[in-house]
Write a protein that binds this ligand. Structure first.
Ligand SMILES: C=C(O[C@H]1C=CC=C(C(=O)O)[C@@H]1O)C(=O)O
Length: 422
């Protein structure tokens, strides 16, 4: 494979495939797979005996070890890259995937590049590596529908009450329960429009499109870059106020809410415990800070350490997932409660989504504020066939949770997707 510096491209998404975009963006920077070039898929289906993230990490290591890497730039996202989306639950019926595109365009801090990945023996262009790049005009505006999914608002509140019973009985301390919205989008929709709207409306999030999973997540599961490991833990949420004064009131109430601070602390501890064996000098701030997004405030804690054992970003994904920001505490009992109290399979919602490179560096988010589009068989599909879509949002339940407030919180978390699909 070969990476070459090119003039930075203004709109990376303009080069992506309209119906199966593969993209990872933040503040206009990022990487996208170009057009129709067929990627290589590493699919880890349901029912595999061992941990799917470990199988993926092994498959990636094998591929990376065999690759000839020609990457003079050595920036995050240059060189050999695989885009991944893993299921939340090992028992999910959905596949976990790692996709290696044959052409990638990237941009970071004013520098642009093109990466071409080809089987050994194939010729790669020596000069003007971007000569054949073609922008694709965005397709017509489209709107989708989203309505009740398998978990109704009443059903959701009933599940929260059941969870509160288990918390009261001492079985669990925290569990994150989600609900779903289901709908369709017209056949032939240019899904890049949705990705573009999410990345411009929520520039501080990781905006992703991987195998039909599209969203804008504020939560960094883990990044690894040249031996430095970071994470951004989020838990504890309140909707934005109508104006600056109301924003001050609601954000102050979140910062002082014992319930939210508790909920947050479980999530921070789960990340610290999982990262500690792989790092030295692991540090996090004592107090969470307020992360302000267009739709809500979160309590946030940034974590940073130095990698001590050569683990790859994918290895750390396996060690960290599922954190208590999306599962609960203790993990096993929380997963059992989720399986019983959520009447649907989460698929890749709340799972790890991101990329890994040939040296084990990478950026991974938790797939939140997202929807799964049924694009599995999209290429070669009839253009007028509508496309199914399911969106998900959840909330952390602790002893002091109120079912109605948590339901409202999921409504606020659905906003990015619901607005962008409307
Ligand atoms: C489970 C979700 O959010 C998690 C991440 C941040 C804040 C959360 C909360 O306050 O409940 C959740 O733990 C979701 O967006 O679907």
């Amino acid at each position: 494979m070969q990476t070459r510096e090119i003039d930075p491209v203004e709109d990376l998404l303009a080069y992506a495939h309209p119906s199966t975009p593969l993209a990872w963006l933040r503040r206009g920077d990022g990487i996208v797979a170009v057009g129709d070039a067929m990627p290589t898929f590493i699919r880890i289906p349901a029912g595999t005996a061992s941990m799917r993230s470990a199988m993926m990490a092994d498959a990636w290591r094998e591929l990376a070890d065999a690759a000839e890497i020609d990457d003079p730039m050595k920036l995050p996202g240059t060189g050999l890259v695989g885009f991944g989306a893993l299921t939340f639950d090992e028992d999910s019926a959905s596949d976990s995937v790692l996709i290696v595109p044959s052409v990638i365009l990237g941009k970071r801090k004013g520098r642009g590049w093109i990466t071409r990945i080809a089987p050994a023996g194939d010729d790669l262009p020596q000069d003007r590596p971007d000569a054949t790049l073609e922008r694709r005009a965005y397709g017509a505006h489209w709107a989708g529908t989203l309505g009740p999914g398998q978990q109704s608002p009443n059903g959701y509140q009933a599940s929260i009450r059941a969870a509160l019973g288990r918390i009261g009985a001492g079985e669990i301390s925290k569990v994150v329960l989600a609900r779903d919205l289901a709908g369709t989008v017209p056949g032939g929709s240019d899904l890049r429009r949705l990705v573009r709207e999410l990345s411009s409306g929520y520039p501080d999030t990781w905006t992703f499109a991987v195998d039909g999973l599209i969203g804008a997540s504020p939560e960094t599961l883990v990044t690894v870059q040249d031996g430095t490991v970071t994470a951004r833990v989020l838990a504890g949420t309140i909707g934005r106020g109508a104006d600056a004064d109301e924003d001050n009131v609601v954000s102050a109430s979140l910062s002082s809410s014992v319930k939210d601070i508790d909920e947050h602390e479980y999530a921070v501890q789960s990340v610290l415990i999982s990262l500690r064996p792989h790092t030295r000098a692991l540090a996090s701030s004592e107090q969470p800070f307020l992360l302000k997004l267009p739709n809500l405030f979160h309590l946030a804690t940034d974590v940073e350490g130095e990698l001590s054992d050569g683990a790859s970003a994918l290895d750390l994904v396996g060690a960290l997932h599922p954190t208590a920001a999306v599962a609960g505490t203790p993990t096993k009992a929380a997963i059992a409660a989720i399986r019983e109290l959520e009447p649907f399979d989460r698929g890749r919602y709340a799972g790890p989504v991101g990329w890994v490179d040939g040296n084990g560096n990478g950026e991974w988010a938790i797939a939140l504020r997202c929807a799964q589009f049924e694009v599995g068989s999209l290429r070669g599909r009839d253009d007028d066939e509508t496309l199914g879509v399911t969106a998900y949002a959840g909330a952390g339940i602790v002893a002091a949770s109120n079912p109605e407030t948590e339901l409202l919180e999921t409504r606020v978390k659905f906003r990015p997707l619901v607005d962008a699909l409307a």
